[in-house]
Design a protein around this ligand. Structure first.
Ligand SMILES: Cc1cc2nc3c(=O)[nH]c(=O)nc-3n(C[C@H](O)[C@H](O)[C@H](O)COP(=O)(O)OP(=O)(O)OC[C@H]3O[C@@H](n4cnc5c(N)ncnc54)[C@H](O)[C@@H]3O)c2cc1C
Length: 435
């Protein structure tokens, strides 16, 4: 789809090698997975009886068992893999940055806040940043690369005078380049849920309320590499299609042996389990704008969730499918009653009301520096900011549309591909070193 939107070099065949290059798949290499890369991907080590019941129930409801969501087919149910090595998170910092720390051409400065990109005319020449209350300037010998993520990269561009001219002038900023799309096109996977009361008191909700159980979970992790702390936040996945005729799944579910009302809130005070329902390809697009010339001030953000009828329809149908799974025999043995939204809710309006009450973010913001050749795009398919020189954006903000699964691996793919582009530009102009 990214390629079809005009982004040469970003088809599935083009990007698969970069996913493979990034990966160390503990199951071994195959056509879809790499081995030997910096990012360690491993299977879930701990299971809960509710996980097994959920997988069985989904199969009873007609979904196939899928051992690999990142393989040939996305549809089906099964455990999600984790970016974990030796039982610990293998983040980009662990997989990529730490092994590179000894390189003579790398200096990492932590607790530093970039304030703006410095320009000479339309060429980016460095970055101004604050550290421990002192302002510094880093001068680029080659290119300036922004990787602040989907919130900060557009914010920093706007603070640097690159963005919608009227907005920049409103905040007293000199306009370097009037680029209206900076901060527009924000996408995210809106996250909604259905919650059931479990029959036994052995869910994560009880762990979250008891110091004794938390201590047990800590010991189980430390000494046996088992238990609640080994499960991850979204251990079991299901991808499904809400209607016939679709080319690919349009909803993703995550099953948890625990429950809460909204993301970020306390877990329920009853034994619970939940299925979150997330649209794979939302159409809604929001925006992000600075509210002040102060780099430490949070920008205004409107994700504009559910602003198309299709996005509403997918979630309503998706939650009905989730209820079918809970009504399957294997799950009925494990749960007592539907708590959220409750069994009386069945009309489209009722489901929508429930969605509006508790929906929130899946923490997958993308597309605020959208890649493309069209008006409204911020970077070209080489990740260079349109209309400027010496400046690229290399993070989730460049996605032309949010990917149809979780965003971390896709962002690392963008970074792998961006690295090739930066290297080949540096080779073509040997006098200009990448900085
Ligand atoms: C709570 C949470 C849970 C998530 N769970 C999952 C998951 O299970 N699976 C999955 O695939 N994805 C998950 N994601 C999404 C995933 O983490 C992101 O898609 C991915 O990290 C995006 O990478 P990025 O490089 O674009 O941005 P980030 O990873 O956000 O990196 C941006 C970096 O820039 C730094 N920065 C920002 N502004 C400045 C500034 N002005 N000066 C200096 N430094 C700055 C930040 O500190 C940060 O280190 C989750 C995200 C969150 C927040």
């Amino acid at each position: 789809m990214w390629r079809q939107l005009g982004n040469t070099g970003w088809s599935y065949e083009d990007v698969l090698p970069y996913f493979r290059r990034a990966e160390h798949q503990e199951r071994g290499e195959d056509a879809y997975h790499g081995a030997g890369g910096p990012l360690c991907v491993s299977d879930l080590r701990a299971r809960h009886q509710l996980h097994d019941a959920f997988i069985a129930a989904a199969q009873e409801a007609g979904h196939r068992r899928n051992p690999d969501f990142n393989g040939a087919e996305q549809d089906g149910v099964g455990p999600l893999q984790l970016t974990v090595r030796n039982m610990r998170r293998c983040s980009a910092a662990v997989g990529y940055l730490r092994p590179a720390l000894k390189r003579p051409n790398l200096r990492v400065e932590t607790r530093a806040l970039a304030h703006r990109v410095l320009f000479e005319g339309r060429r980016a020449v460095g970055v101004e940043y604050a550290r421990a209350g002192v302002m510094h300037r880093a001068r680029a010998q080659g290119e300036v690369l922004l990787a602040g993520g989907s919130i900060n990269s557009p914010q920093l561009l706007q603070l640097s005078g690159v963005g919608p001219a009227a907005l920049l002038r409103e905040h007293g900023l000199a306009v370097v380049h009037d680029l209206p799309g900076v901060g527009d096109n924000l996408q995210d996977h809106v996250n909604t849920r259905i919650v059931y009361r479990a029959r036994n008191g052995n869910t994560l909700n009880e762990v979250s309320r008891s110091w004794m159980r938390q201590a047990q979970a800590g010991f189980a992790y430390l000494f046996a590499r088992r238990g609640a702390l080994m499960m991850g936040a979204a251990p079991i996945g299901l991808f499904a299609r809400t209607r016939p005729g679709l080319d690919a799944p349009d909803v993703q579910y995550q099953f948890l042996a625990g429950s809460f009302e909204r993301v970020g809130e306390k877990m329920h005070d009853f034994p619970g389990c939940q299925m979150t329902c997330i649209p794979c390809r939302p159409q809604s697009r929001g925006w992000l704008r600075i509210r002040s010339p102060d780099p430490a001030a949070p920008p205004a953000i409107d994700p504009n969730y559910l602003s198309t009828q299709d996005d509403k329809d997918v979630l309503i149908a998706g939650l009905r499918i989730a209820r079918q799974v809970f009504h399957s025999p294997a799950m009925q043995q494990m749960v007592e009653a539907e708590e959220l939204p409750g069994p009386t809710v069945d009309s489209d309006e009722g489901w929508l009301d429930h969605i509006r009450r508790q929906a929130g973010t899946t923490f997958h913001p993308t597309s605020t520096c959208m890649m493309g050749p069209q008006a409204g795009a911020v970077v070209d398919p080489e990740l260079r900011v349109h209309g400027l020189q010496g400046l690229r954006v290399v993070d989730a903000s460049i996605m032309p549309a949010v990917v149809s699964g979780n965003t971390n691996a896709a962002t690392i793919m963008i970074a792998e591909k961006g690295a090739d582009m930066i290297r080949s530009a540096a080779r073509a102009a040997p006098a200009v070193k990448a900085a």
